[in-house]
Design a protein around this ligand. Structure first.
Ligand SMILES: [Zn+2]
Length: 472
């Protein structure tokens, strides 16, 4: 299958939706700013990672071969501060959070990137890049030995974030990795060792010290993807200074446009407010799982708002997401059991749903419209199923379509329904049926709980009792 030419993406660089055209036919080189592994990633971080997953899956669905790099920032201000606070070595500290990050990615059914380079394993590449910047006059060494990028030398500085360079204070410098637009000044490429770094430093040709955060991404993107990328993604808070600085660093060395399409995921709010530890509304993915929430429901919730809209996290929203995922899964079970009369309308439904879903996703990943087309299909097909007017073959076609959509959504996964229940489960279901006939709802409920404990979920529908195996 050849790759689609119909995908349109909103490019932050131009503030416009543009038709996606890759550098190399059928291939996508994509760089994703990964986590800073100083703590467990929170659900705002995962909103970005899940958005990037949907983007990747959609490109694949449309026939592209994606090479994605997601870096791990395992040395920067935050990781060093956190490891010193905990009194452990930097590598010991970050190893813990790298491990948990990969566990969380898997739980959220996020497809693996091709490369997960670590900053600490790419120091020579960063040093080489900094040397080139010095050679070309874009960087200079300060009195204490740190190396700064001179933003006045780069004509296009501010092109991504649209800040006005004329307003910048000449010669002012910022050494910390994160700062506000108003503080835009020369930034640190290399930080000469000082006491606050403890035993974190590298002895290199440019001195004893460590890299700044921004140079890490330029060096790793170029190492794995070359001088020019198709897509670079990140959270909206990465746009400045991080991505602005990445452009300045890379383009100053290559003289070529670094990234063709910049995509940024908006903020996540909690109960309408900015999420923050000090506001008491701060949740890691793990917090939610510990509270008993299903990772699939969390994933569904995170994907279901368009990535360029601010998204408000609430527990009611999470409950609704859970119901939506259950509806999806139950529908697939229903389809598996279908064996009625063929109905003309069904084929038409499949064609329409596929087109609506694809058109929506091609339009800058309009997930709201795509999901609506999916649930329209479920509603209409359920009406036909109620009348038993769908043949086994037709149901199979609907099922396959749902599974195609799920290659992008990643919610349903593999649906298995064993042919036979264990004897114990059969007896319990029978006992529960008797209890229901006698209108002994307490007993019926108690048995339902008992079944749940052995992994069987029963549902009372107008057509009788259904059961399925609980997914772990
Ligand atoms: Zn980055």
């Amino acid at each position: 299958m050849s790759a689609s030419e119909n995908i349109h993406l909103f490019n932050t660089l131009t503030r416009q939706k543009e038709r996606f055209r890759p550098i190399e036919n059928g291939k996508v080189r994509m760089y994703t700013c990964g986590p800073t592994v100083y703590d467990y990633a929170h659900i705002g971080n995962f909103r970005s990672f899940v958005f990037e997953d949907i983007l990747r899956r959609w490109l694949e669905y449309r026939g592209f071969q994606v090479t994605q790099v997601m870096n791990l920032t395992d040395v920067d201000d935050r990781t060093i501060n956190a490891s010193r606070r905990e009194g452990v070595s930097l590598s010991e500290h970050t190893a813990r959070y790298i491990k948990s990050f990969f566990e969380d990615l898997q739980a959220l059914n996020i497809e693996k990137a091709e490369y997960y380079p670590r900053a600490t394993e790419n120091i020579p590449e960063m040093v080489a890049l900094i040397n080139k910047l010095i050679d070309r006059g874009y960087a200079y060494v300060s009195e204490e030995g740190s190396i700064y990028y001179d933003i006045s030398k780069f004509d296009h500085y501010g092109q991504l974030s649209k800040i006005k360079v004329e307003e910048l204070k000449a010669g002012a410098r910022v050494k910390v990795d994160e700062y506000e637009k108003e503080e835009a000044t020369d930034f640190a490429l290399w930080k000469a060792w000082d006491e606050s770094d403890g035993n974190v430093y590298w002895e290199t040709g440019i001195g004893k010290g460590r890299p700044g955060w921004h140079i890490e991404c330029s060096a790793m993107a170029m190492k794995y993807l070359g001088e020019q990328l198709d897509i670079h993604t990140g959270g909206v808070d990465n746009m400045f200074p991080h991505h602005e600085n990445e452009i300045a660093q890379t383009e100053a060395v290559t003289g070529k446009k670094f990234v063709n399409y910049w995509l940024h995921c908006e903020h996540l709010l909690v109960d309408g407010k900015r999420m923050g530890k000090r506001f008491g509304n701060y949740y890691t993915f793990r917090d939610l799982v510990k509270l008993g929430h299903d990772p699939k429901a969390i994933r569904y919730l995170l994907i279901s708002t368009h990535y360029r809209q601010q998204f408000n996290f609430t527990f009611e929203g999470l409950e609704a997401a859970k119901r939506a995922t259950e509806r999806l899964v139950n529908f697939t079970y229903r389809l598996m059991e279908a064996d009625g009369m063929a109905h003309d309308e069904v084929n038409q439904l499949v064609v329409e749903a596929r087109k609506k879903f694809s058109d929506a996703m091609d339009n800058d990943l309009d997930i709201g419209t795509a999901l609506a087309s999916l649930f329209d299909l479920i509603r209409d097909a359920n009406n036909i199923l109620d009348k038993n007017e769908i043949s086994h073959e037709q149901a199979q076609r609907v099922y396959e379509l749902i599974m195609q959509f799920d290659r992008v959504l990643g919610i349903i996964g593999e649906v298995k329904k064993p042919k036979e229940l264990s004897k114990e489960a059969q007896e319990l279901i029978q006992k529960r049926e008797e209890a229901r006939r006698k209108k002994d709802w307490n007993e019926a409920d108690r048995i339902r709980k008992e079944l749940r404990e052995i992994g069987i979920i029963v549902e009372d529908t107008p057509d009788g009792v259904r059961w399925r195996i609980k997914e772990s």
